[in-house]
Design a protein around this ligand. Structure first.
Ligand code: SF4
Length: 316
């Protein structure tokens, strides 16, 4: 029985590179097989997947098993050459524009060339940027630039934390004080809807600032999906509730994903998510927000009772 039959359709992020001894290509393929066997419907391969030597076999295994696949790409020459060498149909691409900052704000030349090269091989990437203290001020200009370059989709995912080489420096993770400053910046930038590509904003509080008219859509948000419809696999095969929650649920080197998903560790995470964080007690917005990003709250904001670090205080 697959995970989709057990609970809810699951999407994973999977790092193909990371710190420590790399797994053999055979072990990586075995992990891909376990992901497929569990019925995972969508996988985003991260941490320079395009230059992993086993990528073609991993992709073939996932796609043959009915899994939709997206690959992260920072747009360097080695990655682009590997992408061009992949057989058609190629996977979807999520282009991390952090690699183009801050230069792209003033000179979009390199980003334009990479986009043209991707389009030449039939790929229309989603542009992606993890919001950090250091890049928040650039977001309004970046969104306008995306429109100018004809990019249709822009994603602002939650931070990645944990012991991986792509992790965000903790000191650069935004806190509520940074969002307060960004709120003023966003208002001053006067970005019109016509300037915006299709936006996917994972953080509740960034969403409120950037798309205040869409709160109705957010009301359908079902709360933190870590260890429910979301999971993360690091480069050693260890499974975590999501990329923003470094707790360990098990290892795909030693167990099937289904067994890990049925483990007490996974259910314990879901039970914690079901409880109201102490730092959210009495908040009138809890039914809409459900405590925001619980991984960041649990891991980084125990001093504020596990509340999302981007939230200043309960709303009365
Ligand atoms: S206190 Fe903040 S994080 Fe908690 S429910 Fe309210 S708005 Fe959300």
């Amino acid at each position: 029985m697959g995970l989709d039959l057990l609970d809810t359709p699951v999407r994973l992020t999977w790092d193909l590179h990371g710190p420590g001894q790399p797994l053999s290509d055979g072990a990586m393929l075995a992990i891909a097989g376990r992901i497929v066997d569990a019925g995972v419907f969508f996988v985003t391969l991260e941490a320079r997947p395009l230059v992993h030597p086993a990528l073609p076999e991993i992709l073939a295994e996932l796609v043959a098993g009915g899994c939709q696949v997206q690959v992260a790409c920072a747009g360097d020459e080695e990655e682009l050459a590997a992408l061009e060498a992949l057989p058609i149909p190629r996977p979807r691409v999520q282009l991390d524009i952090a690699a183009f900052l801050p230069d792209a704000i003033h000179d979009a030349g390199r980003l334009r060339i990479v986009l043209e090269r991707l389009r030449h091989i039939g790929i229309d990437p989603t542009l992606c940027l993890i919001p950090l203290k250091s890049n928040l001020p650039m977001i309004p200009s970046l969104l306008r630039l995306c429109r100018e370059l004809g990019a249709g989709r822009f994603k602002l995912p939650n931070a990645r934390i944990g012991d991986t080489f792509q992790s965000c420096p903790i000191a650069d993770l935004p806190r509520w004080q940074d969002l307060e400053a960004y709120r003023a910046q966003w208002a001053a930038a006067n970005v019109s809807a016509a300037d915006l590509p299709e936006l996917e904003i994972h953080d509740r509080f960034l969403w409120e600032i950037m798309t205040p008219e869409n709160d109705q859509a957010r009301s359908e948000y079902g709360g933190c999906q870590a260890a429910n419809s979301l999971g993360h696999v690091d480069a050693s095969g260890t499974v975590h509730p999501c990329a923003a929650w470094p707790e360990v649920l098990g290892s795909l080197c030693g167990a099937d994903l289904e067994r890990i998903w049925l483990s007490p560790a996974r259910f314990a995470v879901r039970e914690r998510i079901a409880r109201i964080p102490a730092g959210c007690a009495g908040c009138r917005d809890y039914p809409l927000c459900l405590g925001g990003c619980r991984g960041l709250g649990e891991s980084l904001n125990q001093a504020a009772g596990g509340r999302d670090p981007m939230c200043r205080e309960p709303r009365r």
